[in-house]
Ligand binder design. Sequence first.
Ligand code: AMP
Ligand code: TRP
Length: 333
Amino acid sequence: MNRIFSGMQPTRQLHLGNYLGALRNWVALQDGFECIFCVVDLHALTLPQDPAALRRNIREVTAAYIAAGIDPERCIIFAQSSVAAHSELSWILSCHTPLGWLNRMTQFKDKVGKKALENAMLGLYAYPVLMAADILLYKATHVPVGEDQKQHLELSRDIAGAFNRHYDRAFFPLPEPQILGDATRVMSLRDGSKKMSKSDESDYSRINMTDDADLIAVKIRKARTDPEPLPDTLEALVKRAEADNLITIYAALAGISRAETLAQVAGQQFSQFKKDLADLAVAKLSPINAEMNRLMADPAEIDLILRRGAERAGTMAAGHLDEIKDVIGLLRL
Ligand code: AMP
Ligand code: TRP
């Protein structure tokens, strides 16, 4: 039995990296797998959030899932905080996770940055354990994510393995990462060495799924590039991070390979290529944007979808949590 679990944090707006690195792949997977897609709102709390903005973002991420093509009938779409078993299993797993494993997590170090460790929050440190709980609570076998989540997924596998060994049974499947497509790491439009991210202070570094056609075109026009025309081989892109990124984005949006893209655009100046890229991005993103706006106009409908999803997820989660309690020796009263 194959089961997919994945999630996105409702922190600010989703961007093209979230779409090409994850969401678009989820849409393709829903035909072949039983799928559970979560809005991981408890993870969002690991950084400071404004309550009104958080509420809006939870609905907006839900709208983005549906607008991108995830079918709430075939898949389970729900908010993490509405199924309490995530937090319960997270505690149980945290009692099976050595500090040494958490100390290796690069995202924690990146997010703490230059601040004193004393001021970092326990939740941010425990973030990957909650992520493991998300996945293992449903005994998910496959987890489609972008490249940046690889280390967290390896930790989820390690925690599952440690649990299975401790209780001497193959209880949790070891979840397989699915890092799919060419655009597993979309880079900033302002700096080809940084990933496109919700937390970048410059809005021009990313294309948001809520940006309108004009803004998408302006951001692509202003994207950093170099003075050379576009090359005809992939090797020639290696030292040209910004050009490489724009080619990757074009290929992913057009649904063709990077080599095929280069065959079409070799020798062009960026001015021409950027126009074509902007047209393509607008053509692909505008319908999703319009559908998101339509859904966001009716929050009650979104809440209903989340409530139904929570019931379905909650039933499966409760069954597995009972099994876990049995395995570890807690009473099921
Ligand atoms: P987050 O916004 O951190 O919750 O990420 C949600 C999903 O989008 C995860 O699967 C990430 O790996 C993926 N993702 C985030 N940023 C990027 C990026 N710049 N390129 C590709 N995938 C990304
Ligand atoms: N940590 C993931 C991210 O930032 C979000 C996430 C939380 C997730 N729980 C998950 C992804 C479970 C996949 C499976 O992108």
